[in-house]
Design a protein around this ligand. Structure first.
Ligand code: MBD
Ligand code: FE
Length: 306
């Protein structure tokens, strides 16, 4: 079939068949996607069996709530970041902390505190390395932003996230920290492990067919927000992880791999009532001013809330 014949068919099914007002944006996107899909089927001679197996795959991925994971693993969520970067550069915004993907595992409603929080509930203290992470939230002029919100979430030693992993306590390893009068935040937690896609899940099923692993390096997620500023969605990676530059979600970026310092000074350990050396990460966040030239950096998507 000719591509122009396919375009005619798709127009007939979607545009000409509309007998009441359509949402023009939805219509535009569906026409394009449907046309591209029909061209793929025709060009690659996709068999009916292959078509129905693809449909069954998407049904299963949706039924198991893995479509967000799939979007990350196929690079689509990172692609949205690249486009947001491009738009900001075109609007003349530069100098902020790099963004990187949110991922599918944020949960709204985490406990809030000012300046400091402990994220972990202590259940893994026997095996975990303690992490202290601290820094300042700055505006575009390098001025601290007291009251900025630092939302932080990360995995446990098994690479699992509370809420989705029902064995963890509510909001374990999730907090909202309000930056203090100097714009500073600090938290105590544990060094997380990397994440692996559920081995029997639909995402890993496709990754296997593509000859790819489903691993992420150890990382910590952040939303940083302050009135008048663009919301920052980012992560830091734990340096030294063997998947650091081999993330199945393509989220590692220059500038998001802070050095880790090991603290073994007796006085500092005693002050924290710790018997073992701990890991310390210093990391500042730099926000951009809100820009009238750009859509909001706060992305709307379906999220869990507890
Ligand atoms: C994660 O922890 C994550 O951050 C992403 C993007 C995908 C799966 C698990
Ligand atoms: Fe994650």
């Amino acid at each position: 079939m000719q591509h122009t014949d396919i375009d005619t068919l798709v127009k007939k099914w979607i545009v000409d068949a509309a007998d009441r007002p359509a949402n023009p944006r939805v219509q535009q996107i569906v026409v394009r996607l449907l046309g591209d899909l029909c061209k793929t089927i025709d060009d690659l001679d996709v068999t009916p069996d292959e078509f129905w197996s693809g449909l069954a795959y998407l049904s299963a991925a949706g039924a198991s709530s893995e479509l967000g994971l799939l979007a990350a693993g196929m690079g689509l969520e990172h692609f949205l970041d690249l486009r947001a970067d491009e738009a900001e550069a075109q609007a003349g915004l530069a100098g902020a902390t790099p963004r990187t993907i949110e991922g599918p595992l944020y949960v709204a409603g985490a406990p809030e505190s000012v300046g400091y929080a402990r994220l972990d509930d202590g259940t893994e203290s026997e095996r975990a390395e303690v992490l202290l992470m601290q820094g300042t939230v700055f505006d575009a002029d390098g001025q601290p932003l007291p009251g900025a919100q630092v939302e932080v979430w990360h995995a446990n030693l098994l690479g699992n996230y509370s809420f989705f992993d029902h064995t963890q306590s509510p909001f374990n390893l999730r907090r909202t920290i309000v930056a203090d009068q100097d714009g500073r935040y600090q938290f105590r937690s544990i060094l997380p492990a990397g994440y692996g896609c559920p081995p029997d899940g639909t995402t890993q099923q496709l990754l296997d067919l593509l000859g790819r692993h489903g691993q992420r390096p150890a990382h910590i997620h952040f939303f940083i927000s302050a009135p008048g500023h663009r919301k920052l969605t980012t992560q830091i990676n734990i340096d030294g992880d063997s998947y650091l530059w081999d993330d199945f979600a393509f989220a590692t970026r220059e500038g998001l791999v802070p050095p880790i310092t090991r603290v073994d000074d007796a006085a500092q350990l005693a002050a924290l009532q710790l018997q073992q050396p701990y890991a310390s990460i210093a990391f500042d966040f730099h926000l951009s001013r809100d820009s009238a030239a750009l859509p909001s950096a706060a992305v709307e998507r379906q999220r869990a809330a507890a």
